[in-house]
Design a binder for this molecule. Structure first.
Ligand code: HSE
Length: 405
């Protein structure tokens, strides 16, 4: 038997308890032994909930108990999650976490500590919730050189963009709806400003490229500037606006970014709607692969957490070699990355198109139904720096969205 402790009885923590109770038999079979939750740590009381019998409020109880072999950290946030995870590893207990903020910031330290101790620090649920993506990157795609990972890694913003597109609703309206449905938190900053997706792509890129990607160096733009008017243009173009988190090899360099992109129907991410997540991976031998599913939520996330627990139970005294890279990956300058750009501009298409063409050369002009005092255009492929320089010659830019072919 393996005994575990769960830190935090919130959404994911209670999901972990439920998954382990519901699938007790099949999980025991797969792990080769029963997995028992000895403690759940939470500051709160849960009267009437059977968890109350195993609830503790002091982390020392768990740390000092030699019977606890695995600690599941599902508190979220940096502290006390970081201290608790580190203390558990130092005490010889393997750790599982769903906490992307923790992994993006301290993942290198914690994976190396686990290696030193001959135990494990696993974090499948930190990216893409219930979608298996970390294990495939580490164990299935090892014959490939990965040259691109592009994902819809945030369910809340995907839901919001989908709703803005299908209902013509504005940003504030869909944010309220997402909050009412429990997708967006009371403080939605991490989702809508792209910080959540940024941490996830930093983790996936580190695993894919074998060098540590610092999330603080990834240019990140959220969806707060996207409006119902942008959606009218997207419709006209037969495209969808998606918040993409992407990293790809450009020659010997790697480019990473989080931003809203206009995506065409030929791109497999175009059809990923509602709260779903999806991760597109391109390998030099494999070609294209897509991973799709529930990127958040109590049970999908808990399912990935428990799968890591099973893996750790099967390898109690053997480090699985998970590494986020010892060396730091220097990311390519944003300004050097090439792409096409959709630009909205205030003005009259008849009068102003000539000036646009004088600055940008060949462009594709776009008019959206019902919008009379503005129009849009799509540039040819150019470096982002070149786009910015040219755009500074325009006085009435209303917005720009990158295009993902
Ligand atoms: N807020 C995140 C999302 C939760 O909406 O995808 C999962 O990390």
């Amino acid at each position: 038997m393996v005994q575990i402790a769960v830190l935090g009885y919130g959404t994911v923590g209670s999901g972990v308890v439920e998954v382990l109770r519901t699938n007790r038999e099949s999980i025991s079979q797969r792990a080769g032994m029963p997995i028992e939750i000895k403690y759940v740590l939470d500051l709160r009381e849960f009267p009437g909930d059977p968890v109350q019998e195993i609830l503790v409020h002091d982390y020392e109880t768990i740390l000092q108990d030699p019977e606890v072999a695995i600690v599941v950290e599902v508190l979220g946030g940096i502290e006390p999650a970081h201290t608790f995870a580190k203390q558990a590893l130092e005490a010889g207990k393997s750790v599982v976490t769903s906490n992307k903020a923790l992994v993006a910031k301290y993942g290198v330290e914690l994976t190396e500590l686990a290696k030193e101790k001959g135990i494990n620090f696993l974090f499948e649920a930190s990216c893409g919730g219930g979608i298996p993506i970390i294990r495939p990157l580490l164990t299935s795609l090892t014959a490939d050189v990965i040259d691109e990972i592009t994902g819809i890694l945030n369910g809340t913003t995907n839901y919001m963009l989908d709703k803005m597109s299908s209902e013509g609703a504005d940003f504030d309206e869909v944010l309220k709806d997402a909050q009412a449905k429990g997708y967006a938190e009371a403080d939605p900053t991490a989702d809508i400003e792209g910080h959540d997706a940024c941490r996830k792509i930093a983790i996936l890129s580190s695993l894919a490229f074998g060098k540590f990607v610092d999330y603080e160096e990834i240019p990140t733009e959220g969806i707060t500037k996207i409006t119902a008017k942008d959606m009218l243009y997207a419709k006209k173009l037969g495209m969808a606006v998606k918040l993409l988190a992407t990293s790809r090899k450009v020659g010997d360099a790697v480019y990473a970014a989080v931003a809203p992109y206009l995506v065409g129907p030929q791109n497999p991410l175009y059809s990923v709607n509602d709260v779903f997540n999806s991760i597109f991976v391109h390998g030099n031998m494999l070609g294209d692969a897509m991973f799709y599913g529930s990127g958040a939520g109590k049970l999908p996330t808990a399912s990935a957490v428990v799968a890591d627990v099973v893996d750790e139970a099967k390898h109690l005294h053997e480090n699985l070699g998970v590494s986020l890279g010892m060396e730091k990956l220097e990311l390519m300058e944003n300004s050097q990355v090439t792409g096409r750009y959709f630009v909205r501009i205030r003005g009259d298409i008849q009068k102003d198109a000539g000036n646009i063409e004088k600055i940008f050369g060949e462009v594709t002009l776009v008019e959206a139904d019902g919008l009379t005092d503005e129009f849009g255009f799509i540039t040819t492929e150019m470096k982002q720096g070149e786009y910015q320089e040219k755009a500074s010659g325009l006085s009435d830019v209303l917005g720009m969205i990158r295009i993902k072919d």
